[in-house]
Design a protein around this ligand. Structure first.
Ligand SMILES: NC(=O)c1ccc[n+]([C@@H]2O[C@H](COP(=O)([O-])OP(=O)(O)OC[C@H]3O[C@@H](n4cnc5c(N)ncnc54)[C@H](OP(=O)(O)O)[C@@H]3O)[C@@H](O)[C@H]2O)c1
Length: 256
């Protein structure tokens, strides 16, 4: 029987790799992001690569908006009888995405950066998860959050790592609430992952080499590294793994 999988941020990077992982295993996959064309292109690419998989369903939604997530809930309700796997991969570092001129100077700018990072990384995952909780398969449902190495060691400006770290206690609390229903809830905290829009082409060669040098295996993480871990954590075999944070960073968080 096909699994039903919902992936936020499924149009690019890590989320797209997860979408491909599940399409390759014949799952029915919904992908969510704000840019409709990016989602359509991703859906076409997946369908091209896995022509026998069920058609990918793209949903253009800003997950920081309660109204938009409410509307999305209605659309998913119509198309999915239940959800086996929910992957919250949407997120990013607002300072990497928007030029600093977007932000006012002083405290107003600081307030906006912290609020935007919280909305993009914490609230987006909380709203989607709360909206879809009643649809999770019981028992057997799997919920995943995407944190970051920054939740452990900071990210320069504080606000991105703090927004990711906020997902950890939410994950633990959900795992406690949902454990008796046979639903597991876990979090993945990647280190540097290449080939995503997170860094895009923003890293210089020196910065890239510095990221590699932090790892114990002298290698950049790939979206498929994360997707493979997601695949296992959401499998039936991982039934006894819940309320965990799994770091995927080639040992970079421990340091050399
Ligand atoms: N790449 C890394 O090195 C790294 C390391 C640690 C953690 N992470 C985390 O891993 C996750 C996946 O990131 P990635 O590396 O794959 O980068 P990415 O390619 O930029 O993917 C982020 C995705 O999130 C979507 N998104 C962002 N804000 C959204 C919103 N408000 N509503 C709906 N969708 C939204 C984006 O699509 P739209 O722009 O179209 O909305 C995009 O598809 C993120 O949570 C990121 O913080 C990445």
């Amino acid at each position: 029987m096909s699994k039903h999988v919902v992936i936020s941020g499924g149009g690019t990077g890590i989320g797209l790799a997860c979408a491909k992982y599940f399409a390759a295993r014949n799952a029915r996959v919904a992908i969510i992001g704000r840019r409709e064309q990016v989602l359509r292109d991703a859906a076409s690419a997946i369908e091209h690569e896995f022509p026998d998989a069920p058609k990918v369903l793209p949903f253009a939604t800003d997950l920081t908006s309660a109204e938009q997530v409410e509307a999305l809930r209605g659309e998913i309700d119509e198309r999915f009888e239940y959800i086996d796997v929910l992957i919250n991969a949407a997120g990013g570092h607002v300072q990497r995405r928007f030029p600093s001129s977007t932000y006012a100077d002083g405290l107003a700018g600081i307030a906006r950066r912290w609020t935007d990072n919280f909305a993009m990384n914490t609230l987006s995952a909380v709203l989607l998860t709360e909206a879809l909780l009643p649809k999770m398969r019981t028992p057997g449902g799997r919920i995943l959050f995407m944190s970051s190495i920054a939740a452990y060691r900071g990210s320069g400006a504080g606000c991105y790592g703090a927004a990711k770290a906020a997902l950890h206690p939410y994950c633990f609390d959900l795992a406690k609430t949902l454990g008796a229903k046979g639903i597991t809830v876990n979090t993945i905290a990647p280190g540097y992952i290449a080939d995503t829009e997170f860094f895009g082409s923003a890293l210089s060669e020196d910065q890239y080499q510095a990221k590699l040098a932090e790892t114990l295996n002298n290698r950049a993480g790939l979206p498929s590294d994360v997707a493979n871990a997601v695949g296992w954590l959401t499998s039936a075999e991982a039934v006894h793994i819940t309320a965990q944070i799994v770091q995927i960073n080639g040992g970079a968080e421990r340091g050399r």
